[in-house]
Write a protein that binds this ligand. Structure first.
Ligand code: BGC
Length: 539
């Protein structure tokens, strides 16, 4: 059995070119963040309200909250995007297996642009809602398949950091959305809402055009059985010559893992292959069913941390506290804290690992949330207490941004075996959007002064949910740091989440499947079809 050091050598060094190629796709996060962020501001713009309702600004006194869109309209405009993203993310998995990861993302950008054009042209509810539904479809494609693509092309040592870059772009998108909304909100023409909406086309154009110059995922070609192309794109991604031994070793492992999985899981028609996502026992932590549940529930738990309460309803919450002179500024500060704390994860996710990040992140969040709830309940009217609450809310955001924000995306990109990977990531992303939407719909009922009116006590709820996040991470999330996606697969078969961190690679799929001729070390790899055929592929 080969030692760990031999197995560690099975990868090319990470060059700057490799790094930049893999990191470019993170740009897709801007879509996600901007799209979730801009609509709240637009729905509060006076010009927009006058155009989309019969209300007139002049008929209302300053600060009268009667001058706003009716709740059903707000709810429809907000949630229709999530409906689009939910279905887009689910469908995208199949398309990514059929047409390729890169093509599916580029198609997502195209669909998104069509949706944005309709929204920009709209001056009534029907077209706006149709545009948001279509744009949502595109965001669903992009948000699911970017994670899949990045996880599949990134070298294992920096995979966590690269996928965290996606979360960083989400936070920048949210920040950009608040800045653009802030800049156009007082315009007395259609530019007030059309500028923030139309600007999104730029993100889609940059991502779509940029991706056309990047290679496809080698794992897609392996799935398709096209090894010459798989070799070619892997060599490009690793910045190595086509006949490099390191490339052949890495590819041999991907191929062997895929062949192994195909032996374990019988293949069948379309429905049968969807059914594979739900195969196996609930009590086996490596079964496909458990992995599908792990990915979808991890994204649900990420939403249960309550972070979007701050981003969607923070302004109203701070306004209701009464002692804050500029709630919009506080909203901007929380968004900035979100951006600035995310880069901590680039380091932490690779140094500390995914499990500790999620476990300690949940602890940090629940402590901060309980403190906010206690201060708010005991002494919520005192300006000094309110300042302390804001400070702890910022600390809570910093914990989220450096742990659960990126961590949930990193883990869902790593836990699925190739036969169900694209659908698994799609389902997990759809779960994120579904829970995002559910929380957006129910939260106003929890805090509304005419409803449950929980006020600061709502943080007891979020704090308790973060305790669940802690237990969830401790008992259910495996450690995937530093392993190739194929090693993750083996680790999940041989360990439980709690013993996973100590697992070391001890053999390769290539050895087990007879795709490598081991001569002392792992340096003589034969991939089927034979080496000569692979080597003949043009770059
Ligand atoms: C979450 C979003 C959230 C954002 C905040 C993402 O990881 O999925 O729902 O708004 O982080 O930065």
């Amino acid at each position: 059995m080969a030692g760990t050091s031999d197995l560690d050598r099975v990868e090319a060094p990470v060059t700057m070119k490799t790094y930049l190629m893999c990191a470019f796709a993170a740009f897709g996060g801007i879509f996600f963040g901007y799209d979730s962020g801009y609509i709240n501001g637009v729905m509060g713009m006076p010009y927009f309200i006058e155009l989309f309702t019969d209300l007139k600004r002049a008929d209302f006194a300053e600060g009268d909250d009667g001058f706003s869109l009716p709740s059903w309209q707000k709810s429809l405009i907000t949630s229709i995007l999530s409906a689009g993203t939910f279905f887009g993310a689910i469908i995208a998995g199949d398309l990514a297996d059929f047409f390729g990861r890169r093509n599916t993302i580029v198609a997502g950008c195209g669909i998104f642009i069509v949706g944005v054009i309709l929204q920009t042209a709209s001056s009534a509810l029907g077209l706006l809602v149709a545009g948001r539904l279509i744009a949502g479809f595109g965001v669903g494609f992009v948000s699911a398949i970017i994670i899949l693509y990045m996880s599949e092309i990134a070298p294992r040592k920096v995979r966590g950091a690269i996928v965290s870059g996606y979360q960083f772009c989400i936070t920048i998108g949210l920040l950009l959305a608040s800045c653009v909304d802030y800049g156009t909100q007082d315009r007395s023409d259609s530019g007030s809402y059309r500028i923030p909406i139309a600007l999104q086309m730029l993100w889609a154009l940059i991502l779509g055009i940029g991706l056309m110059f990047l290679p496809e995922s080698p794992r897609y070609y392996v799935k398709k059985g096209n090894l010459p192309e798989a070799t070619k794109v892997l060599a490009q991604l690793r910045d190595q010559p086509l006949d490099s031994e390191l490339i052949q070793q890495e590819l041999a492992e991907i191929v062997a893992n895929h062949e192994y999985e195909l032996q374990v899981v019988p293949q069948g028609g379309y429905l049968h292959s969807w059914g594979n996502c739900f195969r196996g026992s609930l009590f086996d932590s490596s079964s496909y069913l458990r992995r599908t549940i792990l990915g979808t529930s991890l994204q649900m738990m990420q939403q249960w941390t309550g972070v979007n309460f701050i981003f969607y309803f923070g302004t109203t919450f701070f306004q209701d506290l009464g002692t804050i002179s500029n709630p919009f500024l506080i909203g901007l500060i929380t968004t900035l804290v979100n951006v600035c704390s995310t880069p901590i994860s680039f380091w932490a996710v690779e140094r500390l690992g995914r499990r500790p990040l999620l476990i300690w992140g949940a602890v940090g969040m629940f402590v901060c949330e309980f403190i906010v709830a206690i201060i708010g309940t005991v002494d919520g009217q005192n300006p000094k207490s309110v300042q302390a609450m804001i400070a702890f809310i910022c600390l809570y955001i910093a914990f989220f941004a450096s742990t659960w924000g990126p961590g949930a995306w990193v883990v869902i990109g790593e836990i699925y075996p190739l036969p169900i990977r694209s659908r698994g990531v799609g389902l997990a992303t759809a779960s994120n959007w579904l829970w995002n939407c559910i929380i957006a719909v129910i939260t106003p009922y929890l805090v509304g002064t005419d409803e449950a009116n929980l006020g600061a006590k709502v943080f007891f709820l979020w704090g308790s949910l973060c305790v669940l996040c802690f237990l969830y991470a401790y008992f259910l999330v495996p450690e995937t740091k530093g392993l190739t996606l194929e090693q993750v697969d083996k680790m999940m078969e041989e360990t439980t989440p709690r013993t996973s961190a100590g697992w070391k690679p001890h053999s390769t799929f290539a050895q087990e499947m007879g795709l490598t001729e081991k001569k002392g070390e792992l340096n003589e790899v034969e991939v089927s079809p034979p080496k000569a055929e692979i080597g003949d592929a043009a770059v």
